[in-house]
Write a new protein. Structure first.
Length: 128
C-alpha cells in the first residue's frame, strides 16, 4: 500500500490551483476542466476536486471556509526556506496563523490558511 494523492475538496478548483501556484510555487501536473486538478508535489500528488462532486457521495463533510474553524486536516509542505515561503504565501493572500518557529526537535514550522480556509503547514525537512 502507498499514498497516491491527497484530495482537497474546494468550491473553485481553478482559483485554488492558481492560488497554490502563486503562494507556494507549485506547478500543475494535470487539470480536468473545472472539476479536478493535481499539482506537482513529489511522489504523492496534492489534488483539488470540486466539493459538489464529493457531496453527491458524502453529503455531509466539513467544508473549509475563511472565517470559520478549519476542518481537522492540514496540507503539509516541506521547504528549506520556511520564512521566505511564509512571506510569499501571505503576500499572495494566505492568512497568517503562526509565524515560523523552531521546534524543540529542530524543525522550523509555520502555518497559514489558504483562500478556502484550509490549514497549510510550511515546515523544514525533519533531521535524520
Amino acid at each position: 500500500m502507498k499514498l497516491g494523492y491527497i484530495i482537497h475538496y474546494v468550491p473553485d478548483v481553478l482559483a485554488t490551483v492558481a492560488f497554490y501556484e502563486r503562494a507556494f510555487g507549485l506547478t500543475r501536473r494535470f487539470v480536468h476542466e473545472t472539476q479536478y486538478a493535481e499539482l506537482e508535489t513529489g511522489a504523492t500528488a496534492l489534488a483539488f476536486a470540486d466539493e459538489n462532486f464529493v457531496a453527491k457521495t458524502v453529503p455531509e463533510f466539513a467544508r473549509n471556509r475563511p472565517g470559520k474553524s478549519p476542518a481537522a486536516i492540514e496540507v503539509g509542505l516541506v521547504t528549506d526556506d520556511v520564512a521566505g515561503r511564509f512571506k510569499t504565501a501571505v503576500d499572495a493572500g494566505a492568512v497568517a496563523v503562526a509565524a515560523p518557529l523552531r521546534k524543540p526537535w529542530g524543525q522550523t514550522v509555520a502555518y497559514v490558511r489558504d483562500l478556502n480556509g484550509c490549514l497549510v503547514e510550511l515546515c523544514s525537512p525533519m533531521a535524520a
